[in-house]
Design a protein around this ligand. Structure first.
Ligand SMILES: Nc1nc2c(c(=O)[nH]1)N[C@H]1C(S)=C(S)[C@@H](COP(=O)(O)OP(=O)(O)OC[C@H]3O[C@@H](n4cnc5c(=O)[nH]c(N)nc54)[C@H](O)[C@@H]3O)O[C@H]1N2
Ligand SMILES: Nc1nc2c(c(=O)[nH]1)N[C@H]1C(S)=C(S)[C@@H](COP(=O)(O)OP(=O)(O)OC[C@H]3O[C@@H](n4cnc5c(=O)[nH]c(N)nc54)[C@H](O)[C@@H]3O)O[C@H]1N2
Ligand code: SF4
Ligand SMILES: [Mo]
Length: 830
């Protein structure tokens, strides 16, 4: 080749649109491909939420996609603890037989499902719903049950939905135990934080024991003592009440129960609470006054309080800050929003016996859609379902559909209510919130001889042997079970304790999406297309689930063939047939993800089959939010809006606005008959009343420091990227320590030292950090994972949960105190 030629010859670079999978923002990206490699990552300006933004973490996504961590053969644990490579048929035959054996012997409810999606991949769990139904499995959980369930419980009681803030337009932004500079969680976080910090008319209030990157930009940094948030936030609410900074008109028009709330906060001794939480009284008053007098305020709470003492109480108190000041349903304030698929079944209420307003609305609209569908395909309706029980059949069918299609991820499975009405776990009776077993209870539901203990655990897209408190005990629990199956792209810490490990196609090798769709007024759903062929030997999760269900023979072939024919005729015919068959056999609703995969999936390009489940989700979304979906451009009668939405989702490469709202319509998402906030939660108001004398410190002479076990840093992303070379800085994930805590022990910056807790000990690299207040030390999350290298397997950094215990947990939600682990530091004796 003449070298001179290259100048004029453009080298074709294949570019494909996708999304970053490293945090819940899922920023739209354009991937420039070089063969099987992701050579370059750029922000996608067409993505309706991220608009071209990415952070530095997305730049080397190739380290997730390619590398020696990828597994390509199913593996079975042998009696000596080694793993034998086996073929897919052997693996799935054996697993199916074992699952059915356990179902037969102990009941399907002893088969526990955990995980089903990380920061980027929720289609697997959407499809797993069908396997859970086929097995009669009733208990489920995922990582949300170690962070968000307390807040979900409070949300359920107050207004029955998830809230978020319009940060872009807010005059005052409040972050409680949240460091969005590193952890993001809303679109374009960094440019927004920078703009707010420069804007003289806007203010940022940050509640954090540490001078986090976000706190450093704040106008009011309330540097709380670790675990002191309940006293601090209660004092702020007390200032609002006592200095009459509340919005009395909003309270009168939109809430019930204020008198009781006022009585509790009017007696709080602000100076005394200031002493307990370690923030000077004047700072508390000034921040509260800024909030109480602003035109618009948004609040975001996260792990700093959700994984710390009194976390459910603090969630409640934090909501008082914006509820009592009327910061709701206006630009720059808080909102409830639509969801493409609800992530969980709602904090409280819901279920069959006590449907939320949302569920009732879904049922109504679906019943209507089903009647229309039925009318166009009357011959498909079995006579038994037609008269006179027609409407009963419709009602029954639609209810089954709602119960299953709507909470595709972690929704409330059917479990009979025990005494008191609240759903509880079978062994320890722990509260199940949003359909999720509290993470700290899991090992207790296994390591026991209780007859109802879990016997099997299915783990998909999750690494709980690393992410749950007390890893040692979790490993023991895995080995105690009769069967454990892990589905993952890597041979993780969890895989290393499983009976079977199934290699999944990566998130760039199959259609994928997340259900973290929390935007307003324009909410966005992004279905990503496969960028590569699946690595040989791997399968996408929907195919894994389908292959097992096929082996169980739960639906006859003729029915599937009928639906397949209908699907090839058109979406409406398919919908009518599907609805009609479901009327006759309500259990079809539960198996819907599988049925859709096998039938409607046949009409999609082969590599998009896994997206078939989204037809059901699109129908549910259109049924639940008819007006907002219509405003987003999806109109028509019966199944038409859902069909149109599904087709647009399939066509679009950059994400689709699926609901458009206006600020007046926010109230429709408040799932209360009177559309008011129920601001009294008796148990939590009682706790607030008792705060003055409540315990506020859990350190001891033996463990005098508070370890935050799992901080988000520039290069952490849970355990999604295992290659330590990904981190350009802080490769080992240093323990950050205030100089005063280390120097008294004779530990120098850069020294290695021993970190000890009641749960374990680890050798750490110490970094002196001005970010830390004395007494508070921090380790990053996501480290301490193994990665194959030339000499075998290397582990970089410390796995935080080798140091945590499950007993430190929230009394309502059972969530762990990862940010409050009593600890001590020792110099290494050489
Ligand atoms: N870079 C990066 N980003 C991520 C992730 C990641 O792994 N890496 N993970 C994603 C996930 S799964 C989540 S849930 C979010 C979490 O996002 P964040 O909650 O923002 O993350 P953290 O750094 O764990 O904790 C936030 C802050 O809580 C503070 N804190 C510690 N103890 C206390 C306390 O007692 N009171 C108060 N008020 N604050 C305290 C810490 O100093 C820290 O600055 O991040 C998401 N984004
Ligand atoms: N001490 C401490 N513990 C914590 C935290 C903390 O701050 N401190 N944070 C907690 C929080 S907020 C969270 S969200 C959890 C996260 O806990 P987990 O959800 O358990 O952990 P991840 O690391 O996100 O696990 C994702 C897994 O999915 C796999 N994976 C990636 N892509 C695919 C795919 O396409 N298919 C399949 N099947 N698998 C795939 C990855 O290899 C990885 O093993 O950790 C929690 N644990
Ligand atoms: S890590 Fe989060 S904020 Fe950064 S590019 Fe990925 S999705 Fe966006
Ligand atoms: Mo999380």
């Amino acid at each position: 080749m003449n070298p001179g030629d290259t100048k004029n010859r453009s080298v074709p670079v294949l570019s494909k649109k996708s999304a970053c999978i490293l945090c819940e923002c899922n920023c739209g990206v354009i991937l420039d491909l070089d063969g099987g490699r992701i050579a370059k990552v750029r922000g996608d300006k067409d993505h309706p939420a991220s608009e071209g933004y990415t952070c530095e973490k997305a730049m080397r996504l190739d380290l997730y996609q390619n590398g020696p961590h990828r597994i390509t053969t199913p593996m079975r644990r042998e009696p000596d603890g080694s793993y034998a490579e086996i073929d897919w048929d052997t693996a799935l035959d054996e697993i199916t037989a074992k699952l059915l054996g356990i179902k037969e012997q102990h009941g399907g409810e002893t088969i526990f499902f955990y995980g089903g999606g990380g920061q980027g991949n929720h289609l697997g769990s959407a499809n797993a719903v069908a396997l859970r139904a086929a097995l009669g499995s009733k208990f489920y959980s995922n990582a949300l049950a170690q962070e968000k369930t307390g807040e979900m419980w409070v949300d359920g009681k107050l207004y029955g939905g998830h809230t978020k803030g319009d940060f872009e337009n807010a005059e005052v932004l409040v972050f409680i135990g949240k460091n969005p500079w590193q952890s993001h969680s809303f679109p374009r976080a960094r440019p927004l934080l920078k703009a707010v910090s420069k804007d003289p008319n806007k203010s940022m209030v940050v509640v954090d024991p540490r001078v986090s990157e976000t706190a450093a930009l704040a106008d009011h940094h309330l540097q709380v003592r670790p675990g002191g948030d309940a006293w601090l936030i209660a004092a702020m609410v007390a200032v609002l009440v006592q200095e009459n900074l509340v919005d009395q008109q909003f309270i009168n028009e939109h809430t019930t129960g204020y008198e009781q709330v006022r009585e509790v906060f009017s007696t709080i001794d602000v100076p005394a609470f200031a002493d307990i939480c370690g923030v000077p009284e004047e700072q508390i008053r000034s921040a509260a006054r800024r909030i109480g007098t602003a035109r618009s305020v948004c609040v975001y709470e996260d792990l700093g309080i959700q994984q710390a003492p009194n976390s459910t109480l603090v969630s409640y108190l934090n909501k008082m800050l914006w509820m009592l000041t009327g910061n709701f349903a206006r630009p720059g304030t808080m909102f409830l929003h639509s969801s493409f698929v609800p992530l969980a079944g709602g904090g409280s209420g819901g279920g069959k016996k006590n449907p939320t307003t949302m569920q009732r609305a879904q049922r109504r609209v679906i019943a209507k859609a089903m009647q229309i569908a039925a009318a166009t395909a009357a011959d498909l309706i079995p006579t038994a379902a037609r008269t006179p029980g027609m409407s009963k059949g419709v009602e029954r069918g639609s209810r089954a559909l709602v119960d299953v299609l709507s909470p595709l991820v972690g929704g409330p499975p059917k479990v009979s209510n025990s005494a008191g009405g609240a759903r509880r776990t079978p062994v320890t009776g722990a509260r199940i919130i949003g359909g999720l077993i509290p993470c700290n209870s899991i090992t207790e539901e296994i390591l026991t001889d209780h007859p109802k203990r879990f016997r099997a655990m299915w783990l998909d897209s999750t690494n709980p042997a690393h992410s749950l408190p007390d890893s040692k005990r979790f490993r023991q629990a895995m080995r105690q079970l009769d069967l454990t199956v892990v589905v993952d792209v890597a041979f993780t810490e969890t895989a290393r304790n499983a009976d079977y490990v199934l290699p999944a196609a990566s998130q760039f090798e199959k259609p994928e999406a997340t259900f973290f769709n929390f935007e307003f007024p324009h909410n966005v759903f992004h279905l990503r297309k496969p960028v590569f062929e699946p690595l040989p030997g791997t399968l996408a999760e929907p195919e894994i689930y389908a292959q097992i269900i096929r082996r169980m023979d739960v639906i006859d072939k003729a029915t599937l063939a009928k639906l397949r024919t209908a699907a090839h005729t058109g979406r409406n015919t398919f919908g009518a047939t599907f609805m009609a068959l479901t009327l006759a056999q309500p259990r079809f609703a539960q198996l819907a993800p599988y049925i859709l995969y096998e039938t409607l999936g046949d009409t999609l390009p082969e590599n998009m089959r896994g997206a078939a489940v989204l037809w059901g989700a699109a129908q549910m979304c259109a049924a639940a939010n008819p007006e907002a979906v219509a405003r987003a451009g999806f109109t028509g009668v019966g199944l038409a809006p859902g069909n149109a939405l599904f087709d647009r989702i399939l066509e679009s490469d950059s994400g689709v606005v699926f609901t458009s709202d206006t600020w007046d319509t926010v109230w429709n998402y408040v799932t209360r008959k009177d559309r008011r906030f129920t601001i009294v939660i008796d148990e939590l108001l009682e706790q607030t009343r008792n705060l003055a004398t409540a315990r506020s410190s859990w350190t001891t002479d033996e463990f005098p420091l508070v370890l935050a076990a799992g901080e988000r840093r520039a290069f952490t992303a849970n355990t999604i990227i295992r290659n330590p070379d990904w981190r350009r800085r802080d490769r080992d994930g240093a323990l950050r320590v205030n100089v005063s805590d280390a120097s008294t022990l004779g530990i120098a910056d850069g020294d290695r030292a021993r970190l000890v807790t009641s749960g374990g000990a680890a050798e750490v690299l110490v970094e002196y950090s001005d970010m830390m207040q004395p007494g508070n030390i921090a380790l990053p999350n996501g480290l301490g994972v193994d990665f194959p290298d030339a000499d075998g397997t290397a582990i970089t950094g410390v796995a935080p949960n080798e140091l945590t215990t499950a007993d430190l947990r929230d009394e309502f939600a059972g969530t762990p105190w990862h940010k409050y682990v009593p600890a001590r530091l020792e110099p290494l004796t050489t």
